[in-house]
Design a binder for this molecule. Structure first.
Ligand code: SF4
Length: 341
């Protein structure tokens, strides 16, 4: 039986929209998807005309669709943005090297300049080397902390005004649940903001905040976009994996579950008097941090000392050790200087 597009355009429907269950033809689906992203961008005043936007490009479906749609909307609605692609090469053989090839093809096809920064250049370690040291249990902790900082560093190097990432509605719903389950009030509040980032780091935006992962896949499929679909060769973060499974189960029960979680997260308010960590600058690298030394520097120090697990988890043991050692060094320098004069 032929099913017609529910918009009444007269075309045959080719898909059922995961977000609304509407039967749509290809063109009406493209229109609905792009119009919703445009609405997210304009209703939240995400960008200002003239801004240089770094698109975090991994070569995966989300960032590939983001680059394509942002370029399209920028031209269609005259946002006045300049776009650049920024890729971080974590040094994961058989994964990132292949996905970067997709980004390079997108760079040519979309005519958007590309810059690639590597963990090896920034931190002296590849993820392959880190996994050899820490094993496959905590590798994503290193990778996530380093990538966040690397994107910021790269975008600042390129003199960008803002970073756009391909995080989608499923990612945001997972993050809300994870922060809720961990009782991480500060992150729970921040993760639903339209624009994140504070003094010392660039603002970040998620134009796909309300776009379902399944719709991004459908969009890429029907537009025949060139992206890299393979998962990372290292096991994904176990805790996020549980939150992801929960979100998928809820979505299967009711398709609006993902948006419902996001809307619920946006309504949460922190009561007066709750103490939140203050953001400052890392005394070692100058990057934004809520501790005297940022997590990336502590993780790196653990790696360089051959004690990579020191900085894993919530314990401040590594930080305390590092500070004690630095104070000791400062004291011995002071003694040496006093001895000399
Ligand atoms: Fe990095 Fe983990 Fe993601 Fe692989 S799964 S890219 S190691 S954060």
């Amino acid at each position: 039986m032929v099913v017609f597009c529910s918009t009444g355009c007269g075309s045959t429907a080719v898909l059922k929209r995961p977000k609304t269950d509407d039967a749509l033809c290809k063109n009406c689906f493209f229109w609905a998807f792009e119009t919703e992203v445009h609405h997210t961008i304009t209703s939240t005043k995400m960008f200002q005309p003239g801004q240089l936007v770094a698109i975090g490009a991994s070569g995966g479906k989300d960032s590939t669709v983001l680059a394509y749609v942002l370029k399209h909307l920028n031209e269609k609605y005259n946002y006045g943005l300049k776009l650049v692609l920024l890729s971080i090469d974590e040094g994961i053989t058989g994964y990132r090297d292949d996905s970067l090839e997709s980004v390079k093809r997108n760079q040519e096809e979309y005519n958007i300049p590309l810059t690639v920064l590597s963990y090896k250049d920034l931190y002296g370690w590849t993820m392959d080397d880190i996994v050899k040291q820490v094993g496959r249990k905590n590798n994503c902790t290193f990778c996530g902390v380093f990538r966040r900082q690397a994107l910021d560093r790269g975008a600042m190097l390129l003199k960008c005004d803002i970073i756009a990432t391909g995080h989608n509605a499923d990612d945001v719903a997972e993050t809300i649940l994870m922060n809720l389950l961990r009782g991480d009030i500060a992150r729970l509040q921040r993760c639903t903001f339209h624009i994140t980032g504070s003094d010392g780091s660039l603002p970040r935006v998620k134009p796909f905040k309300y776009a379902y992962e399944k719709e991004i896949v459908l969009y890429a499929y029907f537009k025949k976009l060139d992206y890299f679909a393979t998962e990372c060769v290292y096991a994904p973060d176990a805790y996020r994996g549980h939150a992801r499974a929960l979100v998928k189960d809820l979505e299967a029960l009711r398709s609006t579950s993902i948006i419902d979680i996001i809307h619920a997260g946006e309504q949460l308010a922190i009561k007066d008097g709750v103490k939140l960590p203050k953001q400052g600058l890392c005394s070692s690298c100058g990057y934004v941090s809520s501790n005297i030394i940022c997590k990336a520097c502590v993780l790196l120090e653990g790696l360089n000392r051959g004690r990579p697990k020191l900085a894993i988890g919530k314990s401040n043991k590594a930080l305390a050790e590092l500070l004690a050692e630095r104070l000791q060094n400062a004291a011995s320098i002071k003694t040496t200087i006093q001895d000399q004069f």
